[in-house]
Each structure stands twice: as structure tokens, then as C-alpha cells.
Design a protein around this ligand. Structure first.
Ligand SMILES: [Mn+2]
Length: 448
């Protein structure tokens, strides 16, 4: 079977993670002709949702866990129905190695015709005394399949992880089981021997390289490649893989470069989506993480996205940037819990485990009326996930500064070089990048 390769960004995906997954999947399909599917691990944030709708692009496939599921081992055998003659089931079984699925007209499983169920039927007809019977095989094959079906066969949902039911399956006496969809309809048959060594899900990681930020059960997947712009924290692999990590402002920048190296140009919606990835990560090229390569990528993508005839002609990089950045902002439109978990990253320093979330606003004045609720949400988050402390970085994307809310601030962070406000928050003047500006400051205090 030709299993797909998933291109996937980090959990709690931001616009760069979604854009680079879609863009890179497009490139690999176009360049190498492989079966590649863009994927995401978690909900799409409001900014990304806006840009996908604006460009009329399907959200990536939701993949929340990389452990093999029953769908990956289901064999899609031909089927027959309960009323059709057993002859038909016989023909199917002779092609499948002895199994014929019998399916109700509504698509749900009726029973399985197997060597064992046939033998049971024969012995009922023939009885214990062979000589007394002159029943011909032909007669038996005219019987409806329902009479030879074993209706006592376990069903497993396609979306269930194999490892969760492995012991149960291995304890069963039967060898073959149904795989059904969420509505209980037939998808295929799985045999015991298929589940002992299921094929691993193939992954290409974009916009992250640490297993901590990767999809759940990541260690059970087969890692093919990493394309990223973050600090290293990558897991070991057992064979060499393509590994590209470069200090640029966004993974979308790297994808646009690769498209250009391949001698291709992205279709306008994908080019505009990659622009949105760069704009979002670099706050339209003003964040200190921005490099010359990011500005060059924007220019290249502009040519592809806004070319004559494109639905987007008339748009410019700056007009798109304004829309993208304001689509992601605002504290009033979202519940406090979503704000503190929407763009959350976890960190560990020695024994200290903490999380820093980021939310974007177009004016920091917006923050005042939400402070109490956001503090409560930060504290709930800390308690439910067992963090030592939690931080919310509220970033003004127009002025390029942030305010920090800290829950359960450790004494060691009293040395943070930020101006305290009477409401208990801090002003981090000129600070917009969590990765490049805030985290290094916090880490350096914690590591003292
Ligand atoms: Mn990124």
C-alpha cells in the first residue's frame, strides 16, 4: 500500500506552522510526485483561520496522534451481501486467502464467511455420518451467504490506536476482525498478524524539531525530514534524514526558497499563504528574528501571489500584512482560556517547568479590562498542567511592545528587567519575540 507522508507543524499550530506545512506538501508533491498530505496537530487559531478562508484553502488534515491506528492495517476486501449465494463469498474468499466480508445493504457488517464458518455450515448439513449424505457442494454454494456467516466478530474503529487494543486483540480466538468508520460502516478487515507490526506513520516536521512540541506518540512515527528555524532539541534518529534548520524569521521563508531552488513558482493562494506565515512570525518583518532572507522571500512571494490574473492582484505585501496581523489580534473575541492556551509553548530549565503563551493586540490599552480574567486563566492553566509558573505575553503588533502577566512568579524572576505596573503586569518595551527576546531573558535568570 502507498501510505501518505504527512507534513506537520508543531502542536498549537500558528500561521507559520500551517502555511509551511501546506506549502512544503505542495512542493514535494509537485517536485517529487509523492503522496504528501499537509497536517496539523491541534486547533487552528483565529489568524490562520482568517487567512485560509480569505485564500479559499482547505485547512490541513487534523492528526492528533502519530501512533498507528486500525485504518493503517485495514485490508479493503471485496464484499457480498447476506442474501447473495455463497458462491459469491467463495469467490471472494479464494482471492483474499479465506475471508469473505458479508455486508448489510446499509454498509454495516453482517458477518464473515471464513474457512471455519464454512466448515461449521457443512457439518450442520452433512451431520456426523458422511456416507448418509449425498449433498453436493453445488447445492451448498447456492445457499444464501447469511447461513455461512459468523456474526460474532469484533469491530474496531478505524480511528482507534492499535496499541490501545493490542492485548485484547491478541487474546481473541478469532483471527479476523472488522474495521469500521465512525458510523459503524465497513472499511476493511484486519487480521491478528497485521497488527503486531503495523506500518509507522511517515512524518516530515516543519517549524519545530523538538519532540516536546511534536504530535503525540511522535516516537512511534517514522521521521523523514525536518525543516525548521528554531533552536535545536531534536530527537536522535536511527538513520540519516534531511535536516534543515536555519536562523531565519519563519519556516515559510525556507519553503519559498526551496520552491525557487526547484525552479518552480507557487500558485497565488499558496504564495500568499506563505507570505502570511512570514508576516505572522516576523510581525511583517519588524521582529528581531527577521533576516534579509525573509524580506527577499516576501518579494519573491509577492511576484507569485499578486501576478496579473490572480484573484489577489491589487493586494500588496503591506495590505495583506495589515489584514493578517489584525485578524490574529483582539482579546475580546476570545475566551481567556483560549487566549492563554492558543499559542502556548512549554519550557524546562533544570527542575523548573513553565509555559509562555503569546497573544497579539493592536493596542495594549485593550489589555486593561481583561487582566483579572486572564490572570485567573493563567493560574488555572498552571494548576491543571503542573507548571511552576505561567506567563502571558500580550504583544502590541503596531507599536512593537509587550506586557507580561506572570502567575506564581518565582523569586528569581524578580530581577526581570521590565517596568512593573500597579496592576501587577510588566511592560517589556520593544519586545515582540517570545523565542528571541523573552525566553533568553527568563532562561538566563533561571540558570543562574
Ligand atoms: Mn515559525
Amino acid at each position: 500500500m502507498n501510505f501518505p507522508i504527512y507534513v506537520i507543524g508543531h502542536v498549537n499550530p500558528d500561521t507559520d506552522s500551517i502555511a509551511s506545512a501546506i506549502g512544503y506538501a505542495w512542493l514535494i508533491k509537485e517536485r517529487d510526485g509523492l503522496n504528501v498530505i499537509p497536517a496539523r496537530s491541534g486547533a487552528i487559531n483565529p489568524q490562520t483561520l482568517w487567512i485560509l478562508r480569505y485564500l479559499d484553502i482547505e485547512p490541513p488534515h487534523l492528526l492528533n496522534d502519530a501512533s498507528p491506528k486500525f485504518e493503517s492495517v485495514a485490508r479493503r476486501f471485496d464484499t457480498t451481501t447476506p442474501d447473495k449465494p455463497l458462491r459469491e463469498a467463495w469467490a471472494i474468499a479464494s482471492r483474499t486467502g479465506g475471508i469473505a466480508p458479508v455486508i448489510n445493504p446499509d454498509g454495516t457488517p453482517f458477518g464473515l464467511v471464513t474457512g471455519q464458518s464454512l466448515f461449521k455450515l457443512m457439518s450442520e448439513y452433512v451431520g456426523p455420518n458422511l456416507e448418509a449424505s449425498d449433498l453436493k457442494v453445488n447445492e451448498i454454494l447456492k445457499l444464501p451467504s447469511r447461513e455461512a456467516s459468523n456474526k460474532n466478530v469484533q469491530k474496531f474503529k478505524a480511528s482507534t490506536r492499535i496499541k490501545d487494543l493490542l492485548k485484547k486483540v491478541l487474546r481473541e480466538e478469532e483471527d479476523a476482525f472488522w474495521v469500521v468508520d465512525d458510523e459503524g460502516k465497513y472499511l476493511g478487515i484486519v487480521r491478528q498478524r497485521d497488527i503486531l507490526n503495523p506500518p509507522r506513520i511517515k512524518l516530515i516536521l516543519v517549524d519545530h524539531n523538538e519532540s516536546q512540541q511534536a504530535i503525540a506518540s511522535f516516537e512511534e512515527a517514522e521521521l523523514l525530514e525536518i525543516l525548521d528555524h528554531h533552536k535545536l532539541g531534536n530527537p536522535p534518529t536511527n538513520r540519516p534524514i534531511r535536516f534543515t534548520v536555519e536562523p531565519v524569521g519563519s519556516t515559510s521563508t525556507l519553503v519559498s526558497e526551496q520552491i525557487s531552488y526547484a525552479g518552480l513558482s507557487a500558485p497565488p493562494p499558496i504564495a500568499a499563504l506563505l507570505m502570511a506565515g512570514i508576516i505572522s512570525d516576523t510581525l511583517n518583518l519588524i521582529s528581531p528574528t527577521t533576516t534579509k532572507r525573509d524580506s527577499e522571500a516576501i518579494k519573491r512571494l509577492e511576484r507569485w501571489a499578486f501576478s496579473g490574473g490572480s484573484k489577489l492582484s491589487g493586494e500588496t505585501a503591506d495590505s495583506l500584512a495589515e489584514k493578517v496581523l489584525s485578524a490574529g489580534t483582539g482579546l475580546s473575541a476570545r475566551r481567556p482560556k483560549e487566549i492563554v492556551t492558543g499559542d502556548l509553548k512549554q519550557y524546562i530549565s533544570g527542575d523548573i517547568k513553565f509555559a509562555v503563551s503569546q497573544a497579539e493586540v493592536s493596542s495594549l490599552y485593550e489589555l486593561d479590562e481583561h487582566i483579572i480574567k486572564l490572570k485567573k486563566a493563567l493560574s488555572d492553566l498552571r494548576e491543571s498542567k503542573g507548571f511552576d509558573f505561567t506567563v502571558l505575553m500580550v504583544t502590541d503588533v503596531v507599536k512593537g511592545s509587550s506586557r507580561l502577566l506572570i502567575d506564581n512568579q518565582p523569586a528569581i524572576l524578580e530581577d526581570l528587567p521590565f517596568e512593573p505596573y500597579p496592576d501587577g503586569t510588566f511592560l517589556a518595551e520593544g519586545m515582540v519575540s517570545r523565542k528571541k527576546q523573552l525566553i533568553p531573558v527568563i532562561m538566563s535568570l533561571l540558570e543562574v
